[in-house]
Design a protein around this ligand. Structure first.
Ligand SMILES: *Cc1c(COP(=O)(O)O)cnc(C)c1O
Length: 379
């Protein structure tokens, strides 16, 4: 079946009791039992809920995986993955990953004896050097947030297999429409479904996808025991969002390309970070593992002052200044003070994330309107 058809039908069957085409919102915490533990597959909604089941099936199908699990947020999904580890275990993680992932690793999990080693994963040799007999997990984000750096997933998978470690890929930025890490050898794919999967900036949700039943069983146990599950209405919203993932992504990519080219040609712009430029460092690998380049990018002005960046951040009229990404509307963001404020400044600068860097999530409006908006804001 073609991917576009699969996206429309993923996880959803007409409801057997009524024929409803769309999965109903089973807004119920508990389910009747005819005798103790005799029921129709559901007993309590933390352990399982039919709306969530449909969504979890859809998650699995989107990533060509066998299993999917839904969590109440992206970081809750990340947190569940870390619960697979024990004190003394080591995780090699990407340097410029999502600030909230860094915060969870560095300020919560590090206190429980998990050691995190941060390397530039765009060069696989750096990861190889950081391996020790205690390495249990490689955590990769590609493209990264916000510099759009690309890591070779296949090469990382080969390394993780050799080391006997799990490879986890945060696939939020690419979305399953552009990249499928399980097909490239990853063990677990993580998504902030808040972003492209939901797609309408109206829900917070996380997803995990995997092929190994053993991993699925462990993560399901963690999901129901630690309880960070999404409610049925939120599951419905993401199921609904997924149905238009392919048409939204096509437009995100088209608009992203136009805006990136506009910025690159602008005399006041110094750098544009977008993985679709042929001269961008990760281009060849991006072409190999992604179907297109998406609508995420960041840029810096030649005037590196914060004041110049603030003028743009406050000056756009269509493009709203807000955290998050992946919705139908375009957003602009200031990583240094917003999404990445929890990363210490020296570390941020060392990772190439300057004070004047601005990130764009290009939506599905008319591209010319977005370009005109940026033009008037940049001046
Ligand atoms: C937003 C985001 C997360 C965290 O997800 P939440 O749904 O906000 O908890 C993780 N990784 C990336 C790349 C993100 O953009």
């Amino acid at each position: 079946m073609n991917r576009d058809t699969k996206i429309i039908h993923a996880g959803v069957e007409p409801d057997p009791s009524t024929g409803a085409i769309m999965t109903p919102i089973f807004q119920s915490s508990t389910f009747v039992q005819s005798a103790p533990n005799e029921h129709k597959g559901y007993d309590y909604s933390r352990a399982g809920n039919p709306t969530r089941t449909a969504l979890e099936k859809a998650f699995a199908e989107l990533e060509n995986g066998k299993y999917g699990l839904a969590f109440s947020s992206g970081v809750a999904a990340t947190d569940a993955v870390l619960r697979l580890l024990k004190p003394g275990d080591e995780v090699i993680a990407a340097k410029d990953m999502y600030g909230g992932t860094y915060r969870l690793f560095a300020t919560l999990w590090a206190d429980f004896g998990i050691k995190f080693i941060y390397v530039d994963t765009t060069d696989v040799a750096n990861v190889e050097k950081a391996l020790t007999p205690n390495t249990r997990m490689l955590w990769v984000e590609t493209p990264t947030n916000p510099l759009m750096k690309i890591t070779d997933i296949e090469a990382m998978a080969a390394l993780s297999q050799k080391a006997g470690a799990l490879l986890v890929v945060d696939n939020t930025f690419a979305s399953p429409y552009l990249q499928n890490p399980l097909d490239l050898g990853a063990d677990i794919v993580m998504h902030s479904a808040t972003k492209y999967l939901g797609g309408h900036s109206d829900v917070i949700m996380g997803a995990l996808m995997m092929n190994s039943q053993e991993l699925r069983d462990k993560l399901y146990y963690i999901q129901k025991s630690s309880g960070a599950v999404p409610g049925p209405f939120d599951c419905f919203l993401v199921l609904r969002g997924i149905k238009t993932l392919h048409v939204r992504m096509q437009r995100h990519c088209e608009n992203g390309r136009k805006v990136a080219q506009f910025l690159k040609a602008h005399p006041k712009v110094k750098n544009v970070y977008w993985c679709g430029f042929e001269d961008s460092p990760g281009y060849q690998i991006a072409r190999k593992q992604m179907r297109d380049f998406g609508g995420m990018m960041s840029f810096e002005l030649k005037d590196a002052s914060i004041e110049a960046a603030l003028k743009v951040l406050k000056g756009t009229k269509i493009i709203a200044l807000a955290e998050s990404l992946g919705g139908v509307e375009s957003l602009i963001n200031h990583p240094a003070s917003m999404t990445h404020a929890s990363v210490p400044r020296e570390e941020r600068l060392a990772n190439g994330l300057s004070d004047s860097l601005m990130r764009l999530s290009i939506g599905i409006e008319d591209a010319e309107d977005l370009i005109a908006d940026l033009q008037q804001a940049i001046g």
